[in-house]
Design a protein around this ligand. Structure first.
Ligand SMILES: Nc1nc2c(ncn2[C@@H]2O[C@H](COP(=O)(O)OP(=O)(O)O)[C@@H](O)[C@H]2O)c(=O)[nH]1
Ligand SMILES: [Mg+2]
Length: 441
């Protein structure tokens, strides 16, 4: 028999309310024991005085909810205790639960793991729930909610069931050797396989927008020493995150801040000024700056508008770059001619001139990186890997020299999709996926 698990499902610490959740075959019986009465009406908040069953000592006066199986989050019997959120209240109730028969403390993610195992949600929905709890910005919240609702899972299951049907045709022809697939049907089947492969290719061609939204868009600030890079970082961060100084070469290591730009999470990195340096430490800083430039989703290349644009910075400008000519308070604006940049702005970071326009362009560029479309998109490298495997197997199937080989490749493709949603055996993946969950979820 499965254990009944319990845990504090709200955050630890002093608060107005706290929620303790129980799930498993003894959840209902435990509630009866604590409340000293019959089970309340299912799914209705009911007031109850909770007592220690051993000495009838009062624990708290709160609300309880009873979800009989299978109509609950986990598919098992579930009880929620809504308590006063004091540290002592919560620990008194947890202590009493810990000594009840058949009860034990839940492991992180165990409630959701049970929801998956009982078929309440698929793996992509479980991942969506983790993302929803971790979401820090509005766009992340929307993406996570869509995935938790099963949109991504439905897309993958749709492809999988189409492939299962195609596979059945091939398998039938293998089982009945006397009745090989007619050539015209075989051609038709292979066309359909290629069609699904094409849809997968389109789905994969997403510039990692979903993953970028989960992880945050990486922006790197680059430019010559003294151009105003650290000043720009501080402006974006609205605090003194990096040291600003008129001494060239002050910033040596990469300084990072995480912010919310128009609902999207971004990590902005300030770097050492690009120049040939006498000092080893500064040279290492320049090496790190260049490495960052390569990984960045977006680059902000800053020039001191009062001096001729330096070659090392100019060389970094590409289609993922916004160019800033800083210190417009000191000079007339110049622009790079024939540049591939996303945009060029004359600004004064110190005095605020031109900053609003630049911030609008930057926010639009960030949104472009993550895309805020309504269709479900890939949010994890695990999905991408499985989809790529699936697509490759489909292409092999379409080109296979015999039906047997086509069937084998199709089986692989079906299996790859099944591993994303958890429709096939994914025992080996569960620990990795649920590791990211917090306790009580
Ligand atoms: N006049 C003027 N000075 C600026 C402006 N932005 C930055 N500075 C100054 O330029 C110097 C170098 O700035 P800093 O942000 O440390 O540049 P970094 O070396 O590129 O990080 C500092 O003295 C800043 O105060 C600006 O818009 N106008
Ligand atoms: Mg600096």
């Amino acid at each position: 028999m499965t254990d009944t698990i319990f845990s504090l499902s709200s955050a630890v610490g002093r608060a107005g309310l706290a929620v303790i959740r129980l799930s498993g075959p003894s959840a209902g019986a435990t509630l009866e024991r604590l409340s000293g009465g019959p089970l309340p009406r299912p799914r209705h908040a009911t007031r109850a005085i909770l007592r220690d069953p051993i000495d009838a000592d009062i624990l708290d006066d709160g609300l309880v909810l009873w979800f009989p199986a299978p109509h609950s989050y986990t598919g098992e019997e579930v009880v929620e205790l809504h308590l006063h959120g004091g540290v002592a209240v919560v620990s008194a109730v947890l202590d009493v639960l810990a000594v009840q028969p058949d009860l034990r403390l839940a492991e992180p993610g165990e409630f959701t793991r049970r929801a998956f195992l009982s078929g309440k949600i698929d793996l992509t929905a479980a991942e969506g729930l983790i993302d929803l709890i971790d979401a820090e910005t509005d766009a992340q919240r929307r993406q996570a909610l869509r995935q938790a609702d099963g949109a991504l899972g439905r897309l993958y299951e749709g492809w999988r069931s189409r492939l299962v049907t195609l596979l059945a045709h091939f398998e039938a022809s293998i089982d009945f050797v006397d009745e090989p697939i007619p050539d015209s049907l075989e051609l038709e089947l292979r066309k359909k396989i290629l069609f699904v492969s094409g849809e997968l290719t389109q789905h994969l061609f997403d510039k990692r927008r979903g993953e970028r939204l989960r992880e945050g868009v990486h922006i790197t600030i680059l430019g010559a020493p003294n151009a105003g890079k650290s000043s720009l970082l501080n402006l974006l961060a609205r605090r003194d995150a990096a040291i600003v100084s008129s001494n060239a070469g002050t910033t040596r290591d990469v300084v990072e801040v995480r912010l919310d730009l128009g609902g999207c999470p971004v990590t902005v990195a300030d770097t050492a000024g690009l120049r040939d340096s006498a000092s080893d430490v500064e040279a290492e800083g320049v090496r790190r700056a260049r490495a960052r430039a390569e990984q960045a989703d977006l680059k902000l290349v800053v020039f001191d508008g009062a001096v001729t644009p330096d070659a090392p910075s100019r060389d970094l400008v590409d289609a993922d770059t916004i160019v800033l000519f800083n210190k417009s308070d000191l000079c007339d604006s110049v622009l790079l001619k024939g540049s591939a940049a996303l945009g060029q702005y004359a600004v004064s970071v110190k005095y605020g001139a031109g900053i609003d326009e630049f911030l609008r362009a930057l926010t639009a560029a960030v949104r472009g990186c993550v895309g805020a479309g309504d269709s479900p998109i890939i949010t994890r490298s695990r999905h991408r890997e499985a989809l790529t495997n699936c697509r490759d197997a489909l292409d092999r199937a379409a080109a296979a020299s015999a039906s047997e080989f086509a069937a084998e490749d199709l089986r692989q493709a079906v299996r790859s999709l099944g591993r994303i949603t958890g429709a096939v055996d994914v025992e080996d993946l569960l620990d990795v996926i649920f590791r990211d969950f917090c306790i009580g979820k």
